[in-house]
Ligand binder design. Structure first.
Ligand code: ASP
Length: 468
């Protein structure tokens, strides 16, 4: 290893010891024959001193902010009165004997951590922006949260199963990202908006309990709580369950995760509250109410379940309906009598949404497992023969012994954003797309060559550029 300790491990206990440390130059302060610098890594920060007597003093003079270096020297107690209480290493400093510059940093495009930098500039140099200790902390928390979820569900007998990324475009839902096929002229894959159909097919397969930290792709516009392009879901499905079982599992998992990973957070309600859609709309005029007692407290978390949603959002023209959640959501048994063109607006469903501090952080439902009901829902949505055919595999699968099943899919990025009280979802994602759905770091999307276009049988329509 090129280091003997990381910077979180250096403190007064090492006084008198020789150490070799690595990291980035956080600050430089020159006082004639003495130079102070702060070295920073993922774990912490430490002050180091070099004097003119050192052979490497000239090298130190060349240092620039954010250069990547290594230094060797003795851990010394700082003179009385010059301790820094904010650092775990604040009682000591390193007396530099040897300095090695791994890589010298050029003048930076922006000062790291400065607030008044345009978002695109920060995203272009995201690797610099990520050096902010807060961002590294967020990435670490994200990892810990996902690891907790994996361990928790593993204990509960769940299997994590990857489902295809190149899949099929199907009607309904948001706009797809499509991928042209080279082998099948004129045909396209779509990136999954969610693994909904696959997870239901896994239930037909007898998997019983499935989850996946699943990438989902939707061509939607940006919002503060939504990055365009892609996002991650904790996608989860279980067989032989009632809605209550799904709510209980999710609740227990999240509350124990918060207790373990975010112990400073305070829950407004020790047991997650429940509101019917009707109650929420009546009392709060929204199905995502923010039930915190004190909205200025960044550590307060108010979870609430919204249940008993209408099956359909609105009656469209010609007696057609749009699903409130999605077309696989089960109508309540007691309302099946109203599942017809005239009364469908009265039908309630087994949908459940999880809301945290005013953000919808997850949604799911018990699914339809009766092909006849599924077909009826397709009819009410207004699917024609061709559109129905796109879901034939589901109806076919349901002919071979489908278990009753249901699930939920909390959005990982949004959940973490709400948990951490971040104003922007980008603070929870390493390389987020910008508002215009661009990956500014890599400069994607980008043009492809004529050969690549030919291979997938595509020809671009020349866009007429208006000349002024
Ligand atoms: N697939 C659904 C969604 O992405 C979630 C679910 O019903 O489990 O919203």
């Amino acid at each position: 290893m090129k280091r003997t300790q990381n910077l979180g491990e250096v403190n007064e206990k090492l006084t008198g010891k020789e150490v070799k440390l690595v990291g980035w130059v956080d600050t430089i302060r020159e006082h004639g024959n003495v130079m102070f610098l702060d070295l920073r890594d993922r774990y912490g920060k430490i002050q180091a001193v070099i004097t003119k007597k050192s052979l490497d003093f000239a090298k130190a003079k060349e240092l620039t902010i954010e250069s990547c270096i290594s230094l060797e020297g003795e851990v010394k107690l700082r003179p009385k009165g010059s301790e820094n209480k904010e650092l775990s290493s604040g009682k000591v400093e390193i007396k530099i004997d040897k300095l090695e510059i791994f890589s010298k940093a050029e003048p930076l495009p922006f000062e790291i951590g400065r607030e008044d930098v345009s978002e695109d500039l920060r995203l272009k140099y995201r690797y610099l922006d990520l050096r902010r200790p807060k961002m590294l902390k967020n990435l670490e928390l994200r990892y810990k949260i996902i690891k907790f979820i994996r361990d928790y569900l593993d204990e509960e007998n769940f299997l994590e199963i990857q489902t295809p990324i190149l899949t099929k475009s199907s009607p309904g839902g948001a706009r797809d990202y499509v991928v042209p096929s080279r082998v099948h002229l004129g045909k396209f894959y779509a990136l999954p908006q969610s693994p909904q159909q696959y997870k239901q097919l896994l239930m037909v397969a007898g998997v019983d309990k499935y989850f996946q930290i699943a990438p989902c792709f939707r061509d939607e516009d940006a919002r503060a709580d939504r990055c365009p392009g892609e996002f991650y879901q904790l996608d989860l499905e279980m067989s032989f369950v009632e809605q209550e079982d799904i709510l209980e599992l999710t609740e227990k998992m999240f509350l124990s995760m918060i207790k373990k990973i975010l112990p400073d957070k305070k829950l407004t309600f020790q047991k997650i509250q429940r509101l019917t859609y009707e109650q929420a709309m009546k009392k709060y005029k929204t199905d995502k109410p923010d039930l915190r007692k004190n909205k200025d407290d960044p550590n307060e978390l108010a979870f609430v379940w919204i249940v008993d949603f209408p099956l359909f959002e609105e009656e469209k023209t010609e007696g057609h309906y749009a699903p409130m959640h999605h077309m696989f959501t089960k109508p309540k048994d007691s309302d099946l009598k109203d599942l017809n063109e005239k009364d469908a607006h009265k039908v309630k469903s087994d949908q459940h949404d999880l809301v945290l501090n005013g953000f919808e952080v997850g949604g799911g439902s018990i699914r339809i497992h009766d092909p006849k009901i599924q077909e009826k829902v397709f009819d009410l949505i207004g699917f024609d023969k061709k559109q129905k055919k796109e879901f034939e595999h589901m109806l076919t699968a349901f002919k071979y012994g489908v278990p009753p099943h249901g699930g939920i899919a909390p959005g990982i990025d949004r959940l973490i954003m709400a948990l951490l009280g971040e104003a922007s979802i980008k603070e929870t994602i390493a390389f987020p797309k910008n508002r215009e759905a661009k990956d500014v770091t890599m400069d994607a999307p980008s043009e492809i060559t004529k050969e690549q276009l030919d291979e997938v049988h595509l020809k671009l329509v020349e866009k007429k550029i208006k000349k002024k």
